[in-house]
Write a protein of this length. Structure first.
Lengths: 442, 330
């Protein structure tokens, strides 16, 4: 059979169509970089991870991704509190990084500036057991995925096992009242509980929202249009916080950011705190430096307990869920999607996932079964399935941009902060109600 | 052909100046253009006007426009009139920020002025190592605000504060009979303390500017005036009040105007030191505008909050400049 000769132009057209049609699979099978213009650079902005080795791993992967995709992959790591200003500036100026790390429900807030990445997200979900429930209301807008879910930082109570044993708790106290009593006993011994109620993105809201939810409080009704925070449940939660603060907490926590409790814990100043697994992991990786009062490596005395506690209307945590968004102004949208596919390929994601040792867990359920969980220390096993039940702010309504506004203004956090500074519980809740009505009912 | 005139406006007496004859032939157009003072002035001013227009006028006008719309991040807004201003005015966090801005500016300016004046008077004396002291005075002003504020934040740290440690070692806090407080001081974890801390840091940072400027003013005062006053029997305080202060007043007013503008619109210091917390007790208009505009994505509302600074600053500057003009005229 005679074959028609193919000229150079036809070959290029055909090859281009093949690459475009087959996507990353085609690229990898062809063992050849795709035809991105020479010098193409993909710029990704992420937070500075609390597990430094996680960022090191991503930096290590960047040249591999560059080689596979035929374009330069550049990571930039910035302070978590500065990510949002960078996104706002980039969107308004129409220039900046191609991919931004998105926290919580930011796809709702930046929906007009994000590319539909449903094709990428759905393929990952299909391959890896589906995303955890928290991503549906936070990363899907109008039926489209506007961000590719990446991971979840689970929070738990890191506590000093021996100190709780000293006051008669062989196991961590389980209910709100038991925790208050145990905390009070330890504060009397000069070992207070450390909890931030400051203006910081992680530990303050992940404490305050679950506290409210677990006592039956909520920002709005299911429609998201009626503020219902002024309820018996919310007031009870505020009263519990007032008592807990006075009896059990280091009162300096009103000015803490997300790093203060880590330092205070490692310095042996606090008995317990709500945090990711980083306190344990850093203590273990720096066991020669971080020691307890007996001179032993402190990590051996650290354990984790589930937060929120039992004894209320349920246990609903808020974890730091996150992912990546491709910006509409980006000239490299296809490359950005290819990169996200590459990043989430099991063999690539696994290397980053294992380095985290449970601090960050995956966005998909597949990774709950990873062999790493058989090898991690017992205190870290709690994080294996922690992400299953997490909620997002805005509850009981949809997690819209209005919920982000309430979150960004720290209204729920400040409701508790005002109350522990002396405002009556009912007045603090009324203040929050007024502020929330200005947002949700305007 | 020229007429010759003796002395004329703008010439020295007795010097003859050549003026063109009214009937003389007109210079070529290109020469006229090149020699036109109006055009030269316009050409020289143009770069400044362009720069001011681009970097001052355009953002300002843009800010006003944004404040009149409901623009949010990534979404062009529609005109909403003064709605953003009304909304901000009725917001309890805005009201706290508005109040804080005045308290912060007032106390920081008073402290900077009084301490700066005191320092300038000290530095105006002769002593060994005077130049070194004067140069080192500028250090707080030279160090970037963010860096120096971070250092202060560590000093005020709720857990590891070196200040609390020092007070404890001195027995000023603790359970001794002379202790002033049984517990460590809540530098940044109590609203009132936190605002006071911010004022202290602002004073520390801004005082050298006052001191150096006032020192420059002091050095222009003729020492004979002080000698004459001393001979007339005036003491130190009277010499300051009747000789130094009246002569220093114009410089002082200029420094105060600059300081009020900078302090009222301060952002970095609060952002780094407290982030507006605890419970919004240290938010200033600039930090709250940033929180609303950038973090919540409500650019229109954020612009409206920041514009509340404008009439206040405009009034302050206008009043002080008017007073200054009156002083110069007297």
């Amino acid at each position: 059979m005679m074959t028609k000769p193919v000229n150079r132009r036809q070959f290029l057209v055909g090859a281009g169509a093949a690459v475009a049609g087959s996507g990353l699979a085609g690229i990898l099978e062809a063992r050849r970089a795709p035809a991105y213009a020479q010098g193409t650079k993909l710029h990704i902005v992420r937070w500075v991870d609390f597990i430094p080795e996680a960022d090191v791993e991503l930096k290590r992967q960047a040249p591999e991704a560059s080689k596979a995709l035929g374009a330069e992959i550049v990571f930039e790591f910035i302070n978590a509190n500065d990510v949002q200003p960078r996104i706002t500036a980039a969107i308004q100026s129409g220039a900046g990084a191609d991919i931004f790390m998105l926290f919580y429900n930011w796809p709702q807030l930046y929906q007009n500036a994000l590319v539909d990445v449903s094709d990428v997200a759905e393929a990952i979900a299909k391959e890896q057991g589906g995303f955890y429930g928290v991503f549906q209301p936070s990363f899907r807008v109008g039926g489209r995925w506007l961000g590719v879910p990446h991971s979840i930082v689970g929070n738990a109570i890191a506590y000093r096992r021996s100190w709780f044993r000293e006051i008669g708790y062989d196991r961590f106290p389980e209910t709100w009242e038991e925790v208050r009593k145990a905390g009070a006993a330890l504060k009397k011994k000069g070992k207070p509980w450390g909890q931030t109620l400051g203006h910081t993105f992680g530990d303050a809201p992940t404490w305050a929202y679950p506290l409210m939810w677990s006592f039956g409080g909520a920002e709005t009704d299911p429609s998201g249009k009626k503020v219902v925070i002024n309820s018996k449940g919310t007031i009870e939660s505020v009263k519990w916080m007032q008592a807990f603060w006075k009896e059990a907490c280091d009162e300096g926590g009103l000015a803490w950011d997300d790093t203060n409790n880590n330092r205070a814990f490692h310095a042996g100043d606090i008995c317990a705190t709500l945090n990711g697994a980083s306190i344990y992991i850093v203590a273990k990786r720096q066991k020669d430096k971080i020691r307890d009062e007996r001179g032993e490596p402190m990590f051996q005395d650290i354990d984790h307990a589930f937060y929120p506690f039992k004894g209320g209307a349920g246990q609903y945590p808020l974890y730091f869920s996150n992912g990546h968004g491709v910006m509409k102004y980006s000239k490299n949208q296809k490359l950005a999607k290819d990169f996200l596919r590459w990043l989430h390929r099991k063999e690539n994601f696994e290397k980053w996932f294992v380095v985290n040792e449970g601090y960050s867990v995956a966005a998909t359920t597949y990774w709950e079964k990873h062999p790493m969980w058989d090898k991690v220390d017992p205190p870290l096993k709690l994080f294996q399935t922690a992400a299953r039940n997490t909620r997002i702010f805005g509850h009981a309504g949809p997690s819209t941009g209005k919920a982000t506004e309430a979150f960004s203004k720290y209204i729920i956090v400040d409701m508790y902060a005002k109350a522990v500074q002396g405002m009556k519980a009912e007045d603090a809740v009324r203040w929050a109600e007024t502020e929330l009505k200005r947002i949700y009912e305007a | 052909m020229t007429d010759r005139l003796a002395g004329g406006a703008g010439s020295a007496a007795g010097v003859e100046v050549a003026l063109p004859h009214p009937g003389a032939a007109r210079a070529p157009a290109r020469t006229r253009v090149l020699e036109s003072e109006r055009l030269l002035a316009a050409a020289l001013l143009a770069p400044t006007v362009v720069l001011l227009g681009l970097f001052i006028a355009y953002p300002f006008v843009m800010g006003i426009w944004l404040a009149l719309t409901d623009t949010s991040v990534g979404r062009p807004g529609r005109f909403v009139g003064l709605e953003n201003f009304v909304r901000a005015w009725t917001d309890s966090i805005f009201q706290a920020a508005f109040r804080n801005t005045f308290v912060y500016t007032f106390w920081a300016t008073v402290l900077k002025l009084s301490l700066g004046m005191w320092l300038a008077l000290l530095l105006n004396r002769h002593f060994r190592g005077k130049r070194l002291v004067r140069a080192s005075m500028l250090l707080p002003f030279i160090v970037p605000t963010v860096l120096s504020t971070f250092a202060w934040r560590w000093m005020f740290d709720p857990t590891f504060s070196v200040l609390n440690w020092t007070l404890y070692q001195l027995g000023l806090i603790g359970d001794r009979w002379w202790s002033l407080s049984p517990t460590k001081l809540p530098f940044l974890s109590d609203g009132t303390y936190a605002l006071a801390c911010a004022i202290v840091v602002n004073t520390w940072r801004g005082m050298p500017f006052f001191a150096i400027t006032l020192l420059a003013g002091l050095q222009t005062i003729n020492p004979d005036l002080h000698e004459a006053a001393a001979l007339d029997g005036a003491g130190g305080w009277k010499r300051f009040w009747y000789v130094t202060w009246p002569l220093l007043k114009p410089v002082t007013l200029v420094v105060v105007v600059f300081s009020v503008i900078q302090t009222f619109a301060d952002f970095q210091l609060i952002y780094v030191l407290t982030g507006g917390g605890p419970a919004n007790s240290t938010h200033l208009l600039a930090t709250y505008a940033y929180q609303v505009g950038v973090h919540s994505g409500l650019l229109g509302e954020g612009a409206a909050i920041s514009l509340f600074m404008f009439p206040v600053l405009f009034a302050v500057v206008w009043l002080q400049l008017r007073y200054l003009r009156r002083l110069e005229g007297a």
